[in-house]
Structures are given as C-alpha cells and as structure tokens.
Design a protein around this ligand. Structure first.
Ligand code: ZN
Length: 339
C-alpha cells in the first residue's frame, strides 16, 4: 500500500462540468468494512453513487482515476483547529501554552479581513490535502470577534469545500488577569501597562455573536456557527452564562479549552477551588445538553485509557507539535461529565 485516497466527493473545481468519475483498483475502508477489501467507487457530480466490485463495468462516459496501491478512506474530521494560527507557523517554537497566549497579539493581531480569510483558506487546503473534510474551528481574532472576520473564515471553508463548525474564540478577561498571581509577579512599571489592557465587555462580545448568529447566511448542513469562550478563567461568569444562554437560544454548540497545561490545572484550583472542568459544570455550560448524571474521569495528565474513554465520548484530545502543552478541548454536546 503506497498511499491514501480520501473518498471525498466534491464538485469539480474551476468551473469544470460535472461528470461521473470512477476510482478503481484501490482498496476501500469504511466504518462497516474495516478489512480494506478491493472495491471501486463511482461518483456522480458530488455524490458517491455506488461501491462496485473491482472491474465492474460502468460504461465509457466516465472519468477514470487509477487507485492501484491506494487505500480509499472516508474524509477525516479535525475536531479542534484554529484558522488564525495558519499564518503564525514558524513564528515561535516550543512555547508553553502561556507564552503562546501572551504572544497572541504579536503572532495573530493586526489582521485585515483578507488575512483572516487567507489564514483560514490555507488551513483548509492543508487539511484537505491530508484527508480532512470537516473540522471544528475556534476562530480567534485579536482582540475580539468581528462579524466580518467570522464571515471571512466561513467563506474560506466554503470556497475550499470543507464542512466546518466555526466558533469565535473569545475572552473577556485579559491573560494577565486570568492567571492567579501573575499581575503581582510583574515588575512595577510593566505591571501598570498590563493592568491598563482592556478587552471588550461580555455584553459587547455577546452582541457581536448575536449579530453573527442572526445573520448567518451559509448552508448550516455544511457550515455551522458555534461559540468558543476560550478558557474558563479567561472568561467572567457573566460571559460564560451569556454564552450558554445564547447557544441554547440558537441551538448551537460550545467548545472550550480545559486542562491544557499545568498552569491551567493550578489556576482552576486557586481561582475556583476546583478543576476547570468542574467549574464549567458549575456555570452550567454543559448542562445545556443535560449531561449531569454521566461519569467520566479526566485528569490534567490523562492516562491513555481515560483519554480513550474521553475522546470516545465527545472530548477532543489534541497535542500541538509547536508547544509543550497538551490540549484537551471539550465539545459541549455528547460529553459525559464527572459525577
Ligand atoms: Zn485550541
């Protein structure tokens, strides 16, 4: 086996007239057929219309794609990505999560709408090249989400042809105020500068989100909005509950980061007297899907068995090569929570 072909039926790009295609000579992996046996795929326009026996006749009016030594698989789903980060690659190396967050205005700030589109577009192309046909994107804009910025990200996914859930990634507490003890540890002079930084209020951010949701013009079967209050202690309780209520009103998902780093694990206990996961349960971020009575155990350093259990039930476990932190993001629906 020399490679993969992703069973990704798409309209022809560049205005070509749609016609039937036959991907032949390869092996096929599907959810119900994991042995990867030989099979041909017949595609009509943007739809896989038949899984055929190898060599089965389909007529001459078919464009043929030779898949010898290839394995055909369904499109992969990237359950956690950030459109804005695609233009940041190579700017930092082996940063901790906290260094990465504090550097965000430098690495990701000052973007025009065109650059926001470009970053999402590049990321989408890269995912498609690697077989992803759907993703959940926490789309960050510095310093706050904008209607035009989120529309640009959605447009990029639409133009590439991916399915995506697009959640504006948001905070109403500055990095310097979010980490317990950090402000006090900053030397005088710099401390005043850090304290002077202001983010938009939760009311302002939620108003923008409401405008985004009310004006969503994309086909929701392909591109769906969601909300991404990024990390519990980077958000006020009013903001978290506001996101919860807005998500409920619009019947959309919420994705957050928890348990990404040691600092987060300690910050949760210091700030709230409990873990960040229990904190978001406390603000009923997860109760919107009525999951209170199910049980799952997750720790900052997850054992692989727990990790498998968590991911099998809706958590996203992501390891980023560019930083030492390990990220565990929680998809708010489908996630059983600690008893
Ligand atoms: Zn993330």
């Amino acid at each position: 086996m020399h490679g993969l072909i992703f069973a990704y039926a798409q309209p022809y790009p560049f205005g070509e007239i749609c016609m039937k295609q036959l991907i032949h000579g390869g092996r096929l992996l599907t959810a119900g057929q994991l042995d990867g046996g030989p099979a041909d795929l017949l595609i009509d326009g943007d739809t896989i219309v038949a899984v055929l026996q190898p060599g089965e006749s389909v007529g001459d009016d078919v464009r043929r794609i030779d898949a010898r030594d290839r394995l055909l698989i369904p499109g992969l789903v990237n359950a956690h990505t950030h459109a804005a980060n695609q233009l940041n690659k190579g700017m930092v190396d082996r940063y901790s999560l906290e260094l990465l967050l504090s550097a965000a205005p430098w690495t990701g700030g000052g973007r025009t709408v065109d650059y926001k589109y470009l970053s999402a577009y590049v990321g989408a192309l890269e995912m498609v090249r690697k077989g992803c046909t759907a993703c959940y994107d926490l789309a960050a804009e510095i310093p706050a989400p904008t209607v035009d910025g989120i529309e640009a990200v959605a447009r990029a996914y639409n133009d590439v042809g991916m399915r995506a859930v697009i959640a504006p990634m948001m905070a109403d507490v500055t990095f310097y105020n979010a980490i317990p003890g950090l402000m006090d540890a900053i030397p005088p002079g710099l401390r005043e500068r850090a304290a002077a930084i202001r983010l938009q209020s939760h009311d302002q951010i939620l108003a923008t989100c409401r405008t985004i949701l009310d004006g969503w013009s994309f086909d929701r079967d392909r591109l769906r909005p969601a909300l991404g209050p990024t990390i519990p202690h980077h958000c006020t309780d009013d903001f978290l509950t506001g996101c919860r209520d807005l998500a409920k009103d619009h019947d959309i998902g919420v994705q957050m980061h928890v348990l990404e780093s040691k600092v987060q694990a300690v910050a949760g206990v210091r700030r709230y007297g409990t873990t960040l996961l229990f904190r978001i349960i406390g603000t009923e971020m997860l109760s919107i899907i009525d999951m209170r009575n199910r049980t799952i155990h997750m720790r900052r350093t997850l054992r692989s068995s727990s990790r498998r259990e968590a991911t099998a039930q809706g958590a996203t476990y992501a390891r980023s090569g560019g930083m030492r932190a390990t990220a565990l993001a929680i998809v708010s629906y489908g996630l059983p929570i600690p008893a």
